[in-house]
Design a protein around this ligand. Structure first.
Ligand SMILES: Nc1nc2c(ncn2[C@@H]2O[C@H](COP(=O)(O)OP(=O)(O)OP(=O)(O)O)[C@@H](O)[C@H]2O)c(=O)[nH]1
Length: 367
C-alpha cells in the first residue's frame, strides 16, 4: 500500500486539496466530512497549510485537523520574501505537523506559482521533506497565473518555478489557469472547474499506482516519467462515452488539447509518458492498447502503460514530461518585462517624490 502525502499550500493549493477531499469523500454534501471516511485506495494524508486563517476557514471538505494555520500571520500579500521568512520562523512547527502523520512514499505539493504563501513555502517544504524522508518521491503540482493578473504574480511565478527546480523536486505537473480559463466565463466557476479537473486526475493516478493492474505501472515508473525531459509536464484525461468509437481513440483523446492541464504539443514536445487505462474488462482489449501505446512510443520515446480493471467505460489518464515548454519561456520573458517595468515605475515615482521634497529643502516651517 502506498503512503501518500498531499499538501495544499496557500489559497489555491488549499482549494485544490479541498476538491481532492470532496471527490474522495464521494459526495458534495458539506456534512460528509463529519461522518464518512475518505475513499482513498492508499493511505493518504491531506494537509492544508496557509498563513491566512480565512482561506482555511473557507474549505468545506477538509477536516479541521487537516488545516494548519501558520501562527501570527495574515497572508503575505504576494510577497515571497515575507513568505520565506514566515516559513523559516515556523519551520519546525510546520514540519512536525507533517511528520506526525507518519512515513510517506510519495508527496504531492500543490500550490499556485504566483501568490506569496504557497509559492514561497513550497520549495522550502520540498527541501525539508527531501531531507527528512530519504526515499520519498516528490511531485509539485503548480498552478500558473492568468497572464493579466499583474506584474508581481508574473515575477513570483518565474522565481518560484526556478526555486522548485533547484530543490531537486522529482518533477512538476503544470496547471495553467490561462490555458484553462476557456472552461468558464466567470472566474469563480473557472477556479472550481480547474480544481476539480486537477483533483480528478491526481486521484486517478494515486488509485492506479496502488491497484492490482493487468499491466503494471508503479511508483518507480511514475518517478522515471517525472524525471524525464525538463522534469516538468502535465496530465491529460479522457473519459470514453457511447460516441467514442475505439479504445485507440480514447487513448489518443487523453493527449489532445481538450483534456490537458497545460498547453503542449504532446507528439512534438513530450519526453516520457505514462498512459493508464481504467475500465470494465469487456472494454479493455490488451492487444489494442499495446498497439496504441507502441504507436505513441515511436513518437515520444519511453511510454509506460498501465491497465486497471474497474467497473465502467474506459477512462484514460496520460502523464507526461516535456522536452520543451515554449509557453513557459514566454511567461519568463513577460515576467522579465514586468520586473523591468516595475523597477522603472519605482525609480520614476521616487524621483518625483525627491523632486517634490527638493522644493522645501532649504526651508523651515513658519508659524
Ligand atoms: N486554479 C486555481 N487558481 C487559483 C485559485 N485561487 C487562487 N488561484 C490563483 O492563485 C494565484 C494567487 O495565489 P494564492 O494561492 O491566492 O496565494 P497564496 O499562496 O495564498 O499567497 P498570499 O495570498 O499572497 O499569502 C493567482 O494566480 C490566482 O489566479 C483556485 O481556487 N484555483
Amino acid at each position: 500500500m502506498l503512503n501518500v502525502l498531499m499538501l495544499g499550500i496557500g489559497q489555491c493549493g488549499n482549494r485544490i486539496l479541498d476538491a481532492v477531499n470532496r471527490q474522495s469523500f464521494g459526495g458534495s454534501s458539506k456534512l460528509s466530512k463529519y461522518y464518512s471516511r475518505q475513499k482513498f485506495p492508499s493511505r493518504v494524508e491531506t494537509l492544508a497549510i496557509n498563513t491566512a486563517v480565512n482561506d482555511l476557514k473557507e474549505l468545506k471538505f477538509t477536516a479541521a485537523k487537516d488545516r494548519f494555520h501558520v501562527p501570527n500571520l495574515h497572508g503575505v500579500g504576494a510577497n515571497r520574501s515575507l513568505g520565506k521568512q514566515g516559513f523559516w520562523d515556523n519551520r519546525e512547527m510546520i514540519m512536525e505537523e507533517i511528520e506526525k502523520r507518519g512515513d510517506f512514499d510519495v508527496a504531492f505539493v500543490m500550490t499556485s506559482a504566483s501568490g506569496g504563501t504557497g509559492s514561497s513555502f513550497a520549495p522550502l517544504v520540498i527541501h525539508e521533506l527531501k531531507n527528512r524522508y530519504k526515499n520519498i518521491t516528490i511531485v509539485a503540482v503548480i498552478v500558473l497565473p492568468f497572464r493579466e493578473e499583474g506584474s508581481i504574480y508574473l515575477q513570483n511565478a518565474a522565481f518560484s518555478m526556478r526555486d522548485i527546480m533547484e530543490v531537486d523536486c522529482d518533477g512538476i505537473i503544470l496547471v495553467d489557469n490561462q490555458y484553462l480559463k476557456r472552461l468558464s466565463g466567470d472566474i469563480k466557476t473557472a477556479y472550481d472547474r480547474i480544481n476539480e479537473m486537477v483533483a480528478e486526475r491526481i486521484l486517478f493516478l494515486i488509485e492506479s499506482l496502488d491497484s492490482e493492474m493487468l499491466s503494471v505501472t508503479d511508483l518507480g515508473d511514475f518517478k522515471t516519467v517525472m524525471r524525464g525531459g525538463l522534469r516538468m509536464g502535465t496530465l491529460g484525461f479522457f473519459e470514453a462515452d457511447k460516441k467514442t468509437p475505439t479504445l485507440t481513440s480514447a487513448i489518443e483523446g487523453s493527449i489532445k488539447p481538450g483534456g490537458l492541464l497545460y498547453p503542449a504539443e504532446v507528439y512534438e514536445d513530450a519526453a516520457r509518458a505514462m498512459i493508464i487505462i481504467q475500465g470494465s474488462r469487456e472494454y479493455l482489449d490488451v492487444d489494442e492498447i499495446t498497439k496504441a501505446v507502441e504507436k505513441l512510443s515511436t513518437k515520444m520515446g519511453q511510454v509506460f502503460k498501465g491497465i486497471v480493471i474497474k467497473k465502467g467505460r474506459p477512462k484514460v489518464l496520460s502523464v507526461f514530461t516535456l522536452a520543451q515548454v515554449p509557453d513557459l519561456e514566454l511567461l519568463y520573458s513577460q515576467a522579465a518585462q514586468a520586473i523591468q517595468d516595475e523597477k522603472s515605475r519605482k525609480t520614476k515615482a521616487k524621483k518625483q517624490l525627491d523632486d517634490a521634497f527638493a522644493y522645501i529643502e532649504d526651508l523651515e516651517e513658519v508659524y
